[in-house]
Design a protein around this ligand. Sequence first.
Ligand SMILES: Cc1cc2nc3c(=O)[nH]c(=O)nc-3n(C[C@H](O)[C@H](O)[C@H](O)COP(=O)(O)O)c2cc1C
Length: 186
Amino acid sequence: MEKRGWKMVTNDLSMLFFGLQDASLMAENMVIAAESFGMGSCFLGAAPYIADKIARKYKLPPRVFPLVQLVMGYPAENPPPRPRYPISFTLFEDKYPEMTDDEINKAMRQMDEGYLAQGYYRKGKVKIPLEGEREETFTYDNYSWTEHISRKWGQWYESPTELLTQLDSRGFKVKLAENDKSRAAE
Ligand SMILES: Cc1cc2nc3c(=O)[nH]c(=O)nc-3n(C[C@H](O)[C@H](O)[C@H](O)COP(=O)(O)O)c2cc1C
């Protein structure tokens, strides 16, 4: 743009969203390509929270933000596919359906029973500890996907500060300015 005599006016949050779209597609294509060569891979989602560390290690220039890490290799094991929600629960045509409590319970049960049958959490010993007042009543006999996910998003990352600080340190300005707030309230 500089060579063409242009200045960037697009705000950083918009650029970040477009970047997210591009990078996600790229990352998934890498997984699929690797798979076609017989390689396995795993995304690591904590990258944004350790952006500063990753930037130092890989000498990232300013305004390059690590969205996700992707490890690849030739697998030493051949684990079964992870359990899935029923397809009717995740794939919709034209609009999101209204779901009954019964349908939701059934889908949750399918997921939980699938993970329990594989012994997934027991094998990995990855029960997320309870941080608050709740009393632990789960054992690896009944701790499964829906409880695991609830413990993540019911306990982690309450404040956006950590992430905003990482973005700021990589040169992205995404905080709402005071005058933006009052403008939005009008
Ligand atoms: C954005 C994203 C972040 C992820 N982060 C992690 C992670 O930090 N650690 C991990 O073990 N798996 C992580 N996963 C990997 C998922 O567990 C993986 O996608 C899941 O096992 C799907 O594999 P499957 O298609 O074989 O079910 C992540 C996946 C995605 C899409």
